[in-house]
Design a protein around this ligand. Structure first.
Ligand code: IMP
Length: 202
């Protein structure tokens, strides 16, 4: 059985391949379907973007497609940067610029109001239009300065609840066990296991 991953991001492809290893699933990527269009992430929720991408790619390939969308929500900023996480400081912003903007927006926010969460939504779409979604959340708080060199994105300023180190100070496997993406992937994997026979029929 084939599943197409609706991404060109090598890290995501490797991660998903590792999770699905040994389950008899053949992973295809957008590189196998060069004529499929890039799908714009212009919805106002993570779920909206993930579902939009998965549906566009199943339509274009006629195969089961999986897409994800993720980002950071800061409660004191009413959920920002949210779906704008990757481009918070501008269209081509990098991680350093995004973190700088976040810390500056939060400079007057006191310790007890610096709560935030990472959100990940994985969407799986079937060629018949049926869609399933899988969510994962990581609760924590935003620090005052970047710490650590691992990970990516907002990891250097995110302290998961119960820890005094940021995601960027943790080993990848420690972060995976706590992360929004790790939790969403676990739910996705459970679904694949229980619905495997359904997959085979398509
Ligand atoms: P996307 O899911 O690849 O669109 O990621 C959106 C953006 O959210 C990334 O560019 C990061 O800025 C942020 N983000 C998502 N997941 C993480 C994470 O695990 N750590 C830090 N930043 C993240």
């Amino acid at each position: 059985m084939d599943i197409v991953l609706a991404t060109r991001n090598k890290k995501k492809i490797e991660e998903m391949s590792r999770i699905l290893d040994g389950m008899g699933i053949n992973i295809l990527t957008m590189d196998d379907f060069p004529s499929c269009p890039e799908v714009e992430e212009d919805m106002d929720t993570f779920e909206g973007n993930a579902v939009k991408k998965a549906l566009a790619i199943t339509k274009c390939t006629n195969k089961i497609a999986v897409a994800d969308d993720s980002g950071l929500e800061v409660y004191a900023l009413k959920g920002d940067p949210g779906v704008m996480s990757a481009r918070y400081a501008g269209e081509n912003a990098n991680d350093v610029a995004n973190i700088e903007k976040l810390l500056s927006e939060m400079k007057d926010i006191p310790e007890e109001q610096r709560g935030a969460r990472f959100v990940c939504c994985i969407a799986l779409a079937y060629p018949n239009g049926k869609v399933e979604t899988f969510f994962g959340f990581a609760e924590g708080r935003i620090g005052r300065e970047p710490r650590g060199r691992m990970g990516f994105g907002y990891d250097p300023v995110f302290y998961p609840t119960g820890y005094n180190e940021t995601f960027a100070e943790m080993l990848p496997e420690e972060k995976d066990a706590l992360s929004h993406r790790g939790k969403a992937l676990e739910r996705f994997k459970e679904y694949i296991k229980t619905h495997y026979s359904e997959y085979k029929e398509i």
